[in-house]
Design a protein around this ligand. Structure first.
Ligand SMILES: *Cc1c(COP(=O)(O)O)cnc(C)c1O
Length: 398
């Protein structure tokens, strides 16, 4: 474990369990585990495989290359991909049996061309902007596109199998836009069916809606964050409240432990100054590894939390590119090589990705997805026995 001084342990048993919990939250729907952005930083293929083992039946990938990587790894489950620009490798996607979202007229044209070139039918999910104001066809644009989509279906180039959309306020379940978007969505589904599509899946719910708003589950739910065991609605409850277990533990070994006298500045610009003779520890992980610089600390306001032994200490001073410092106090017994944890399951009272999000003024999504490329993902399986429990996958994880 010492080739790299810091690593992200990813517990595949947690991902399996979270997928199962999400399936239980949405008993009338299938589960699409969203694995975009390297499975929110957890490692694409191992995470996708674990989510499928836990009961997900679809995978969601934002980008075409992510979907193709799943196929190259031998994963045969349904895969939807949705965010591409003109010129994307859609023919490869059709040949790889990947479902494609269509969110604009040009995209329909390119999917049809890709299907003709591949000599097979492309499965299409029409993306409707029901109010988010981001990607998707507005209802009038959908109306204009439908005749062309149905002509392409008649020709055999595409089959419209899905209608889908995304919520603006899923994390505020009582927000009136949730109901409003659901109404617009129902109208869009009706319009597409009236045009002659035989829909296989209608889908609207991300993690927050999967956990809090059953009436928008439809045929398929699309959780991402919750698959990795983090709460999309921290103001309503942490992971445990929803039966989820955080999968990622970010850990390191102390690189240096040394004495500093009272009144000594710590790290760049001496934003933190020791108040007594003390021991400080250098943790070899920094903002290049995804530790947010906004979670730097001062004496008045401790930085992001670091678990050292049984104690949780705030980062002392500025977060640097490769390292942070913690003030271990005058009686510290720690030594170089001791393990520290930046975040994990929180089960033992230790810090969580949500705590880091709070310290940095962001959301837990950003904490896990920004763990840097330099940090090896080590996939472990807490449900497996003995030596097999720890599968060293450093480097190969992505
Ligand atoms: C990322 C994403 C999701 C998953 O969102 P979470 O909040 O992580 O559950 C679902 N649908 C779309 C379109 C997305 O981009």
């Amino acid at each position: 474990m010492s080739t790299y001084p810091a690593r992200a342990l990813v517990d595949l048993a947690a991902i399996r369990g979270n997928a199962a919990a999400l399936a239980a939250h949405a008993p009338t729907a299938q589960v699409m585990a969203v694995v975009k952005a390297d499975a929110y930083g957890h490692g694409l293929v191992p995470s996708a495989t674990a989510a499928l083992a836990g009961g997900a039946t679809w995978l969601g990938a934002a980008q075409v290359p992510e979907a193709l990587a799943l196929r190259r790894a031998g994963i045969g489950a349904r895969v939807l991909t949705w965010l591409y620009a003109p010129g994307a490798p859609l023919r490869e996607a059709v040949e790889a049996d990947v479902d494609l979202s269509v969110a604009a007229p040009w995209a329909l044209d390119e999917v049809v061309a890709a299907a003709r070139a591949a000599g097979r039918t492309a499965r299409v999910h029409l993306k409707v902007d029901t109010g988010l104001g981001r990607n998707g066809l507005t209802p009038p644009d959908l109306g204009e596109l439908l005749p062309a989509a149905m002509r392409a279906q008649a020709e055999g180039a595409v089959e419209v199998v899905g209608v889908w959309s995304h919520l603006a306020f899923a994390d505020e379940p009582q927000h009136p836009t949730v109901r409003g978007q659901a109404r617009v969505f129902a109208d869009a589904v009706a319009a597409v069916e009236a045009a002659g599509a035989h829909l296989e899946v209608r889908h609207l719910a991300n993690s927050a809606a999967t956990l809090t708003t059953p009436d928008v589950h439809y045929d398929l739910v699309r959780p991402g964050l919750a698959v990795y065991g983090l709460s999309p609605v921290p103001q309503l409850g942490g992971p445990a409240a929803f039966g989820l277990v955080p999968a990622m533990t970010l850990e390191a070994e102390l690189a240096t432990v040394k004495r500093l006298p009272a009144g000594h500045g710590v790290s760049y610009a001496h934003q933190y100054v020791t108040t007594q003779d003390t021991w400080v520890g250098v943790v070899p992980i920094g903002y290049a590894d995804g530790v947010p610089r906004h979670a730097s600390g001062t004496q008045e306001r401790p930085g992001g939390p670091v678990r050292v032994g049984g104690r949780t200490l705030g980062v002392a001073g500025r977060v640097c590119m490769d390292q942070v410092v913690v003030d271990l106090g005058p009686d510290a017994g720690e030594r170089a090589g001791d393990r520290v944890e930046l975040f994990g399951t929180g089960a033992d009272g230790g810090p969580t990705a949500q705590d880091w999000a709070d310290a940095a003024g962001t959301i837990s999504y950003e904490i896990v997805t920004r763990v840097g490329a330099r940090v090896p993902r080590v996939h472990v399986d807490s449900a497996a026995a003995g030596e097999g429990a720890r599968v060293a996958a450093a480097g190969a994880a992505r």
